[in-house]
Design a protein around this ligand. Structure first.
Ligand SMILES: *Cc1c(COP(=O)(O)O)cnc(C)c1O
Length: 418
């Protein structure tokens, strides 16, 4: 067992999982201190879009490091933040006129919730209820957990999580039940906002739903004046085949959360973008009505320089072609393996491909198969982290044909083994 003092996230130290030490990386490849070359098939937890150590992003960070490391962002600004804000408002839906910085997906969600509640507070309306979707994941801070699925992950904290309105996940064929539940919660009159992961619920098991349902949910919210918050922390930056997942449904949210791929996956940074009325609700000559939210590293210049480089890459390099090409390769593999009787529910959305392994266990996140599978893949130098009995592949867009073949061959082998 390692003698390190580090307490790792989502890791049961009592099971003595080996903790590989990674020394360097490039593209989709990680190198460990014991000389292994591992394929990062989950983009280091869904963040790495263009591949590890993209030269333009690394150069931008290095250049910024020579100029300005950190700056208080309350009442001060700097070039990289201005570049990111200008770049985002240029490529995101024009209705989203305001950019609020924070440092992780969870905090971007907390900010979105506080913006929504502040909006209704300023309008003098008693709307406090947040409506959420079953199986959602929005992060691990208390507010983000409150609007996410309740379960083994947050059992000890449940008494502190706030009440929400819940709509069922729109399973194929049962979409109307979701829409009816949303309509009823909106009619109740106390709904402030709906928060959803557009088109695919990530941590909930890569559950996909129809774009028509996303559009219908958006329309119901609009009809009742309920704010629509799109958590695109995972789905943004091409993951689902378009820059935003919302785009596929022609949906423009009132509030948009972005993180993970915002810096290409190089440094922690997030933004919450908002429509003008949400900003205006906080605009006043009264100091008591300002938006009371900040963290020390809000809009850190190094992280913003990485994000500005990411925006330049999107503007100047054929990123969408890589995404489309990867999506086609993922579909091909899913078609090939999805026919095995060991698998069920093969699904693909852009660069994300997932399938469930038939299990004798309980299914779901705590299914005993997951740690066995993880160890199996680790032994084959493939970094995959199944969600219970759901195996998914979500690689950096630059993954080569050979590397992707290795990943899927390992999955094929795994189901024969278990
Ligand atoms: C990962 C994720 C978050 C949380 O982001 P962190 O940066 O890990 O705090 C929020 N929402 C969704 C949809 C995510 O996938």
């Amino acid at each position: 067992m390692s003698r390190s003092a580090i307490w790792h996230p989502f890791t049961q130290h009592g099971l003595c999982e080996p903790i590989p030490l990674v020394t360097h990386a490039e593209g989709a490849r990680l190198h460990t201190s014991d000389g292994r070359r591992v394929i990062d098939a989950i983009s280091s937890w869904w963040v790495t879009t263009h591949g590890h150590c993209h030269p333009r992003i690394m150069a931008a960070i290095a250049e910024q490091a020579g100029k300005l490391d950190q700056l208080i962002f309350a009442g001060w600004t700097h070039e990289p933040a201005e570049a990111v804000a200008a770049g985002l408002t240029a490529i995101m839906p024009p209705e989203l006129t305001r950019v609020f910085f924070s440092d992780s997906g969870s905090t971007s969600v907390e900010v979105a919730l506080k913006m929504a509640l502040g909006y209704w507070h300023a309008r003098g309306q008693a709307r406090h209820r947040i409506v959420v979707m079953e199986h959602s994941y929005h992060g691990d801070t208390i507010g983000a957990m409150s609007v996410g699925e309740r379960g083994v992950f947050n059992q000890p904290y449940q008494p502190l999580l706030f009440d929400v309105g819940r709509i069922p996940f729109p399973r194929a064929g049962a979409e109307q039940a979701t829409l009816d539940a949303l309509e009823a919660l909106c009619r109740a009159g106390d709904a402030a906002a709906l928060i959803v992961e557009p088109l695919v619920l990530g941590a909930g098991g890569m559950l996909v739903y129809k774009l028509e349902t996303l559009r219908a949910m958006r329309e119901i919210c609009a009809a009742h004046g309920v704010l629509f918050i799109a958590d695109e922390v995972m789905t943004g930056w091409g993951r689902t085949g378009t820059l935003l997942a919302c785009e596929q449904a022609g949906v423009v949210p009132d509030i948009l959360c972005l993180s993970k791929g915002l810096t290409g996956g190089a440094l922690p940074l997030a933004v919450t973008m908002a429509i003008e009325p949400v900003f205006e609700a906080h605009w006043s000559t009264d100091r008591a009505r300002m938006f009371f939210h900040s963290s020390s590293y809000t809009a850190n210049p190094l992280a913003c320089a990485a994000a500005a480089a990411n925006l330049a890459i999107w503007a100047e390099e054929p990123v969408m072609e890589c995404v489309t090409d990867l999506a086609a390769r993922q579909s091909g593999w899913l078609e090939k393996l999805g026919r095995f009787c060991h698998f069920e529910n093969p699904r693909v959305l852009g660069t994300i491909a997932a399938l469930d392994i038939r299990t004798r266990g309980e299914g779901g996140y705590m299914d005993g198969l997951a740690p066995q599978l993880m160890a199996f893949f680790r032994a084959r130098d493939v970094l995959l982290r199944p969600l219970g009995n759901t195996v998914y592949v979500m690689p950096p867009y630059c993954i080569t044909d050979d590397q992707l073949d290795e990943v899927w061959n390992a999955i094929g082998e795994a189901v024969i083994t278990f």
